[in-house]
Design a protein around this ligand. Sequence first.
Ligand code: ADP
Ligand code: MG
Length: 491
Amino acid sequence: MNSTLPPAPDADSGPAAPAAAATFVPPPEAVVAAPFDQLALPAPVLANLTRLGYHLMTPIQAASLPVALAGHDLIAQAKTGSGKTAAFALPLLQRLDARSFAVQALVMCPTRELAEQVTQEIRRIARAEDNIKILTLCGGTPIRPQADSLAHGAHVVVGTPGRLMDHISRGSLKLDALATLVLDEADRMLDMGFFDDIAYVAKACPRNRQTLLFSATYPEGVVRLARQFMRQPQEIALTGQHEADKIRQRFFEVAADQRLQAVGLLLRHYRPESTLAFCNTKQQCRDLIDVLHAEGFHVLALHGELDQRDRDQVMVQFANRSCSVLVATDVAARGLDIAKLEAVINVDVTPDPEVHVHRIGRTGRADENGWALSLVAPYEKKRVTNIAQTNGFEPVWESIAELQAEVQAPLVPPMVTLQILGGRKEKIRPGDVLGALTGEAGFNASQIGKINVNEQSTYVAVERSIARQALKRLSEGKIKGKKVRVFLLDE
Ligand code: ADP
Ligand code: MG
């Protein structure tokens, strides 16, 4: 019994016998439509998933959840945006004992940004259960306050390898009670030179833990990690040929000096609610921002020169629908989870087919379709041929001139973000902000969007039409009994 893992076993059938490593590729039709209630999960957990809008498992979830919930070690390979976080969050939460304040699950991520995203996703999924404490431990912030938080107890820790190693060596992070170790984006952690740090952390974990490894690719380093730190892992590879169908690719030939204007035309023709436009350089990012601003677009840039706080702000505004276009370099956009991206625009064609696939893989997430629009200067046409050959498709060309006939005004994002100075440190919760806006201030909950509470700031999206009023009311009122300073973030 080593290769016949059922994609969606009956909840009562119990764990399969530990199997030798075997690659199991479920047929897509067998896994795409599986509902979560096929899993042996408590009713409140299922209800919470429904509330989150998770009705059907994604293919990687359908393939890996039965294995991971049964307690096996697992290597799961699937592309970005395929829902890997829930595939490990649900199993690790099922094994927690909320009454014990020892660290029982540890998730390693390559960057702070990813660690925060994973933390947030685990928090959402954990909402169904008792008070589960989840702590993020990453570099770039002082270590002492983190050690203090650890001393107060946490059930789940999410962090970057270097900082986790520091805490283990200082004795502030104890792993004796660890039940689940997760290596998220293992390939990227290895790219970033974290092999030894990961090894150090893994060695500090009890032997009889469960180890779950997630990766978009399967390089040699991952095999080494698995050999050293996993016990008879089951392997699931979903490289997702069928998912490519959800991405509609179009190529447009443009003169090199018309590129930036052409981006504006694409945006005004397709009018996507969320677009990520890839530039090759920071300078091109800046130039594109200038052109789009001048045309009246709400657009923000993500590039390597932004400090962490600015990056967070940009990501919040993009995710809460206050900004519909994000301009980024490949480096800056690596690994970001941007849900529901309607379009990706390649401002120029990258020479590397793998980078191209990675870029366009960010659109057409979950159940949605997406556009991948590439602008091609005459000298880049060979690159398109190469990309098409490597990935086995026939490129569809369209003409910019024809689009021009059907352009509309730039799309105005439906929301605006208000920044409140004060966050987790001040113990602000989303409910406090929602309460302040819907209570005395008199707004309707339907006018309020996403609320993100960060360490020192809270961001709330409100409908554009009430932005100024909401700013005024929040500034005049109180949150948690205190006056707060509020700013309108609108580029
Ligand atoms: P990955 O880690 O594979 O890149 P994520 O776990 O970040 O992917 O998930 C990508 C997005 O899909 C997230 O916004 C997440 O909330 C959403 N998502 C995950 N699973 C489901 C599901 N079963 N149904 C709907 N949305 C989902
Ligand atoms: Mg992920």
